[in-house]
Design a protein around this ligand. Sequence first.
Ligand code: ARG
Length: 258
Amino acid sequence: MKSLKTFARGLLAAAALCALATGTQARSFEDIKKDGKINIATEGQFAPFNYFQGARLSGFEIEVAEAMAARMGVKVEWKALGFDALLTGLRQDRWDMVIASHGITEERAKAVTFTDPHYCSGGVIIAKDAAVRTAKDLAGKSIAVQTGTSYLENVKKLAAVKEIKNFPQDTDARAALVSGRVDAWVTDKFVALNSLKANPDAGMKMGDFLFVERIASAVAKGNTGLAAEINKALAAIQADGSYAAISKKWFNEDIRCK
Ligand code: ARG
């Protein structure tokens, strides 16, 4: 009995030490408010949602996050990292929030806390061959997707696919299609529309949705106070017309979840 207690105490002490050493205590909204700035991580390679215009982060999600932060009364300190590092960094308290077009999935929700969705979209099939449009058409084909995405997860579910090629960046998955190394590319519908418009001579054609998803920001698992403040700010900018203006600017339509 006694040794069990001692063991438990030892475990607790070890956990506390770990938290100290790695700084695993997520910042509350109050901490952030006191500091005056919220640290937000994104990728910066997923136009038109988050991407670099020269040295400057730009895109729909950058503007939505800035508008939400303004509502919350804080400034944004941006960090740009590889897509794979974003959710992991939340667990290590390296930033307060992530906004990088993450679809809400059960798997991810085990590791992070999602906010309300800031847009609804889905993965579409893009190919050069107009006959490759639907999930069925992907049988026997090789497909390019970004590593760590819901596109990869959903393409994996297709039975008869010949090969899935993973790329750290979505822009490399697109390049694989354009150069003919794969038969199809699966990415977000609005990313696809943007790419088709930017590369009209590349011969890419957009097919059907493979799946649809709700896209949200994430905070550290259990940081529900911060999530609630972000949700309040999102609701406010959706109510006062500023979200609609940002959405129209980037997409010519309002892409909020209906
Ligand atoms: N919506 C997809 C997902 O949930 C892709 C997100 C990719 N985001 C990015 N910044 N590259 O996985």
